[in-house]
Design a protein around this ligand. Sequence first.
Ligand code: AMP
Length: 273
Amino acid sequence: MKHLNQLDSEINGQELFFIPTMGSLHKGHLSLIENAKTFGLKTIVSIFVNPKQFNDSSDYEKYPRDLERDFQSLNQLGVDILFTPNEDYIYGDNLVNVVDSGNIGKKYEGNSRPGHFDGVLTVVNRLFELVKPKKAIFGKKDAQQLFLIKEYVKNEKLDIEIHEGDIIRDSNGLALSSRNQLLSNNGLVTAGGLKRHLDTLKEIYIETGSINESVNKTLNTCQDSKLDIDYLHILDKDTFDEATEETRNAIIIIAGKVEGIRLIDNIDFKVEL
Ligand code: AMP
């Protein structure tokens, strides 16, 4: 595996499948890479903890980092290029195009973390400029991020095919996340509640069709004081606006804090007539 801090002319002209990450890799990231590898292009994984998407500097500082272990995992998986740029290489020239994530970027996760999605789209756009991939893959775990990236690529008419990776969970249902390693064993058990809330809400919503009732009932059954729910929304997956009677592709998104660590999750499903 080639390890580059800057992208030299060696990568020019190659058809690349790009997997952007912030490192501290887990099986969720590895599944994206395995998925990408099935397309037969060269794979390039970036590891860059992007300061512009953290609205809280202590969250940025305590974000887990483990380049040595990541290098071993990527090497074993047969990734072609590991790209670990520094901040100066990404943002050094003042010509970086700062992307506005628009109306949807300010809702839900964007409402709780102001500027987060502007930071995400800005770095993704910059990485796309540098890597010039033919294809790129993002996880459904970060559903609002995936929606905004797909919209951005479509609106800007970028010639990059966006792929989606399924959410990988632990045996307790907890979606894998680099942040999970900041939790105690008890915290990990508590965090499993996020997925249970999603499942309960889906059931009630399908039964009653009523959004408010579903959300209220779910929040009322959420008695674990160690799980501090920030939001719970039923959305139309095609627009990322609140679900309506016309919604056929629904997605439920949830965010909460356990032991001070912010976690997000979602499930999507079809609404039958
Ligand atoms: P991150 O390192 O958190 O920025 O994530 C890098 C990529 O991995 C993003 O596209 C995420 O959506 C994806 N990802 C993170 N966790 C999971 C998971 N549990 N299952 C599948 N994909 C994931």
